[in-house]
Design a protein around this ligand. Structure first.
Ligand code: ZN
Length: 348
């Protein structure tokens, strides 16, 4: 079969190549790939900045935002041939740490977890892949290609859960939400928060393209420019840019008692404000800053429900480009109006 593989930590090593059929030890369910979403982590792996091959191997099959069709459900699963499934990305560490021991592998404390397509387990960018039945999530057949949005939806399902869990520390009546960054994660955050009784605002750099109308179609308000120029103090900030200045401005701007959830992963940049000044603002306003990454099975299950309950016409506008596997390099290069780019392996 064909697969998109990379030698981790070696820039320029990605290729679409012949690769052995998936090993039965990777899971009893055999799946035909339909599509795989591309995200910033894939770009980082291809640029040689991140990623680990399976033990004893030099190459890693890329891809963690999967959608596939069951070919053979194997002897011990409730799936049927033809079911659409998405693979959970992370596996618990082998020790295990207390969180992995109770199924909260997203909260792993020793860092020895593994992740498909990222850390020591092959990903989903191959014509066929295998998965353990307990790590496959069936998606509603009516979703079709939109099932590829399940993995990003799990990230935001966990993040929103974290915000409202943190909110229980005191009496809290949140009214306004600011989402910074209108990429797939930010737009899915706006979608889910709009479903609650909250005034949702989204801030992004883009002044043209599909993002402003996607936000307005949720009944939310679209902003460009600086967080500091907004004429309200948000009760919740869901930060999806990872940009230092946006994070510092959000902490300054958030309302008293407000909660900031960081989901973006950035690096570097100038120190916009002294750490003690940022901390003073957090102290004096009783703010919570909570980081959120990955998701566990509870979030995957809820995300599947959230996705199936969303407007499919709106969701389909998030998938702005589809590329063939042999053109995967084009999928990795951002174009101005891209939101979610997917590599499509087979028809749906
Ligand atoms: Zn762990």
């Amino acid at each position: 079969m064909k697969a998109i593989t990379v030698e981790p930590k070696k820039p320029g090593s990605a290729r679409y190549e012949d690769f052995p059929e998936p090993d039965v030890r990777e899971g009893s369910v055999l799946v035909e790939a339909v599509a795989v979403g591309v995200c910033g982590t894939d770009v980082e792996i291809v640029e040689g900045k991140y990623g680990w091959a399976p033990p004893g191997k030099t190459r890693l099959v890329l891809g963690h935002e999967s959608l596939g069709r069951v070919i053979d459900p194997g002897p011990s699963s409730s799936f049927k041939a033809g079911d659409l499934v998405v693979g959970i990305v992370r596996r618990p560490d082998p020790v295990p740490c207390p969180n992995c021991a109770v199924g909260e592998w997203d909260m792993c404390t020793n860092g020895q977890y593994t992740e498909r397509g990222i850390k020591e387990i092959h990903g989903f960018m191959s014509e066929r892949w295998r998965i353990e039945p307990e790590y496959a999530i069936k998606v509603d057949a009516s979703l079709g290609l939109l099932g590829v949005l399940l993995e990003p939806m799990t990230v935001i399902t966990k993040a929103i859960e974290q915000v409202f869990l943190a909110g229980q520390r005191a009496y809290w009546e949140p009214r306004t939400v600011l989402v910074t960054g209108a990429g797939p994660i930010g737009l899915l955050a706006a979608l889910r928060l709009s479903a609650r009784n909250l005034q949702v605002h989204v801030l992004d750099r883009a002044e043209t393209g599909p993002k402003p109308q996607l936000v307005r179609d949720l009944g939310a308000t679209y902003h460009t420019g600086s967080v500091l120029d907004l004429d309200f103090a948000p009760d919740i900030v869901v930060e999806c840019t990872g940009v230092g200045a946006v994070i510092a401005d959000s902490i300054q701007k958030v309302n008293s008692g407000g909660i900031i959830c960081l989901t973006g992963v950035g690096a570097g940049g100038a120190a916009e404000r002294a750490t003690a000044d940022i901390a003073a603002a957090v102290v004096l306003k009783n703010n919570v800053i909570v980081g959120s990454v990955n998701a566990n099975k509870r979030h995957w299950y809820k995300a599947g429900q959230n996705l199936a309950a969303s407007d499919p016409a709106w969701l389909s506008r998030l998938i702005t480009r589809r590329e063939k596997p042999e053109n995967f390099q084009q999928a990795l290069v951002r174009q101005p109006d891209d939101i979610k780019v997917v590599i499509q392996f087979s028809d749906i």
